[in-house]
Ligand binder design. Structure first.
Ligand code: FAD
Length: 475
């Protein structure tokens, strides 16, 4: 299936018309804004605990940043996606939904493009063979990875930038060759202010997703990540919840300091509680008219980068590497990800799938180019990187853009994270900008969504039982 089941009456009507409301004792109604993994996980926990749930999603499909499109009848992520073997919250979820058989674990080959050459970087032995560094620096690079993974208490790292910490651990030359281009490629103007905590997390996660030989193993969901989002959405609707796609929340209704509903272009949805899972700038616009400027400013203090992914369907493979870090500041993208070196090309009718990814400020030229311009801009770089590559190999090209794709984690980020309970009673906020010290990812979206769903259900249903009516309860 490509779209989730949508149940329930139109949310523009009053919630008293939802099918579940036939019960004698009305149950509290929670509106969740956003049907990414955070929103769906929260809705699932709320629905299975007896709350009435309506999810409003602006996009035509559920899945959020992990959403998909079709290639040869098969769903493929708009933005490359995999899990790490240590992503425990995803594993728990797929087990509970009874869909573990769709998760596949596979070894992946990682590489680094540096000085016009592709170096393999999949295992500790590859690091020792990385000739752009002197042998002593290769050892330092290997030891750096081990030392980073040994860090258990991240709090002292809060005061350091990634640059300061990486130089301290591995020296200037390792930083110059390996880390600096990656930091600049990924974070552009923010590179020098990125927190050591963010980088520590990346090293820890990626370094922990390995088999006994030290080779990297990653996980994928057959049918694409959105197929898992669909399973969650189906569970929500089976439990009586309603999910509306193409339904953007445009405002909030607040009375006497408590949220009472969500405005959409087709009317207002009444609510006892609202959980927003959108990016902070979108939430700031929704909540702005109902709170003071200081709160709105605190939401806007977290910067985000946008992302552009050019997805190419090729008639043949580009290389044998799955994940190629581009450590060349002259190149406009930070990664070349050959997805079909992970999930076989046969899944996509024999087509080989390449992602070219670039994080960038939303006012950057590349973000504003038309799809054809993005393709024309990127192809010459691909030709330089892979001299045998010909444009005629491209069978189809797709360009996907996400405005709020990566929160910028700077020093002392813990002081910037907004609280889950907002100044408006009954209005809650759970987003990927709050998973710190972890970085955004579906694993943490699921963890946080489930946690807040349980918490709100306990508060609301407890209140409903105590009061004997949930319709006016707020938390
Ligand atoms: C390029 C890229 C690569 C990634 N790779 C991986 C990976 O390999 N593995 C991994 O686990 N994670 C990866 N991620 C991250 C992962 O996709 C996200 O962390 C995760 O999906 C976040 O889920 P979420 O529900 O918190 O947010 P989102 O997915 O952003 O969901 C928020 C939802 O809210 C909706 N929305 C926004 N405004 C409104 C409104 N006003 N009304 C109604 N709905 C609204 C949006 O349309 C969206 O569906 C990647 C992300 C990017 C950008």
């Amino acid at each position: 299936m490509t779209t989730p089941t949508v149940r329930g009456s139109d949310p523009a009507q009053t919630i008293a018309n939802t099918p579940d409301d036939a019960d004698d004792a009305p149950r509290p109604h929670v509106v969740v804004i956003g049907a990414g993994f955070t929103g769906l996980s929260a809705a699932w926990e709320l629905a299975r605990r007896g709350a009435r749930v309506t999810v409003l999603e602006a996009d035509p499909e559920v899945g959020g940043l992990a959403g998909t499109f079709e290639v040869q009848g098969e769903r493929l992520e708009k933005f490359y996606h995999h899990w790490f073997t240590n992503d425990e919250h995803v594993n728990d979820l797929v087990k509970e939904l009874g869909v573990s058989d769709r998760v596949v674990y596979r070894p992946t080959r990682t590489g680094m493009y540096f000085a016009n050459t592709v170096f393999r970087m999949s295992s500790p032995v590859d690091v020792l063979k990385f000739t752009p560094l002197r042998f002593t620096d290769r050892l330092r690079l290997g030891i750096l990875a081990l030392r980073a993974r040994a860090v258990k208490d991240w709090k002292p790292l809060e005061a350091l930038t990634a640059e300061e910490w990486l130089i301290r651990l591995g020296g200037r030359e390792v930083f110059r060759v390996v880390w600096e281009p990656l930091l600049h490629g990924k974070f552009g103007p923010f590179a020098s202010s990125i927190s050591a905590v963010w980088f520590w997390n990346k090293l820890k996660l990626r370094g922990g997703s390995r088999d006994k030989t030290g080779a990297e193993m990653l996980a994928y969901y057959r049918g694409g990540f959105a197929a898992l989002a669909d399973s969650l959405a189906e569970e929500v609707t089976r439990l009586g919840g309603a999910i509306y796609t193409n339904r953007r929340a445009t405002g909030l209704c607040v009375h006497d300091g408590a949220v009472t509903g969500v405005e959409t272009p087709s009317g207002t949805v009444a609510a006892d509680a609202v959980l927003a899972t959108t990016s902070l700038p979108i939430f700031a616009d929704l909540v702005g008219p109902h709170t003071d400027d200081q709160y709105v400013e605190s939401l806007k203090a977290v910067d985000y980068l946008a992302n552009v992914c050019l997805v190419l369907e090729l008639d043949r493979s580009l290389s044998s590497t799955y994940w190629l870090n581009v450590n060349d500041p002259g190149f406009p993208f930070v990664g070349v990800i050959e997805h079909t070196n992970f999930e076989p090309a046969s899944t996509y009718g024999g087509r080989h799938i390449i992602y070219l990814s670039k994080y960038l400020p939303e006012d950057a030229d590349l973000f504003r180019m038309s799809d054809d311009e993005v393709l024309d801009y990127c192809v010459p770089y691909l030709e330089r990187m892979f001299p045998e590559f010909r444009r005629s190999w491209i069978l189809a090209a797709h360009v996907w853009r996400a405005r709020f794709s990566q929160p910028i984690v700077t020093r002392h980020y813990s002081r910037m994270i907004p609280r889950e309970d907002t100044p408006v009673s009954g209005l809650h906020l759970t987003t990927m900008a709050q998973v710190y010290p972890e970085d955004r990812g579906t694993n943490y979206a699921i963890r946080e969504g489930r946690r807040v769903g349980v918490r709100l259900a306990e508060q609301l249903l407890g209140a409903a039982q105590r009061d004997g009516a949930g319709a006016t309860a707020t938390v």
